[in-house]
Design a protein around this ligand. Sequence first.
Ligand SMILES: [Zn+2]
Length: 333
Amino acid sequence: MPDSLITSEVDFDAPGKNAGYLRLPHSVHRSAYGWIPIPVICINNGEGPTLLLMAGNHGDEYEGQTTLTRLANELQAEDIRGRVIILPMANFPAAEAGTRISPIDQGNLNRAFPGDPNGHPTWMIAHYIEEVLMVMADYAIDLHSGGTSLYYPPTLLRGMGQTPEEAATLVTLQSAFDLPYAWVFTSGGGTTSTGRTAMAAANRKGVPSVLAELGGGGALDPAILAQTLRGLRRILHALDMLPGYEPDAAIGTRELNARGLVYAYDTGLFELFGGIGDMVTQGQTVGQIHFPDTPLRAPVPVTSPYTGMILCKRFIGRVARGDTLLQIAADAN
Ligand SMILES: [Zn+2]
């Protein structure tokens, strides 16, 4: 076992469905010998692969947290083949606060990998996930959304794979999840990755992994929750871990490559013309920023530096210079 100070109440080798907490020692004013309780569920039934399911990597992304909570309740050990490890609130302090980053150390878990066993809590969590959980995993899925500030339609994110086998596995995961969009990265990945995300952690451990963006705006959309639950069951079935499930027909996924982000250069209120799924051309005015603080000042147009489809939009009306307003993507090559 690596030198993590985090201990698990759950024995990952025990059969059946077991739930409890990862205990992260946290000695503070109100609790000298206390620990941070990171919820964990392990469903283990004999031979088969291990799938790691994570949400709450960013604390204000609720779709994955909700769906994994439901899945953990509904999945019974006798239904599955292999082992499912579920972390519904991976960065628990952030998820408890409903904020993207942790209020106790300002840590953004998805920028903290490979972590630090002696660091602040967010970095200790990253280290435990990378060095303990990823090492046990054969596949990993990290559920995100646009959080408070952004909104994505249900979109799977994946790399191209470093080997034909990994590429095939990633396509299997994408097809099984069956979300409307997939954002395919054309570079990165591999065991030498220096990325700071959970996906990079999976890459370093040779674990095929995908991420999903599932709405956002700090809300919960029942249609997206249903799509997410369906997708996870379909993935379990595709990996031969849920043999009794009968998947319905696939709807299909539009593969995209990212073109770039559109930023605000003014501070005010952003009005988007149109919405997600709209096609825009380079130089096109896609919205404008209003200045109610300055009487009679005309709005400033916002133009897209890219040709493509609006994949993601800012959800909050107030913007400041440097804020992301949109992400533009184009059909994959
Ligand atoms: Zn996120």
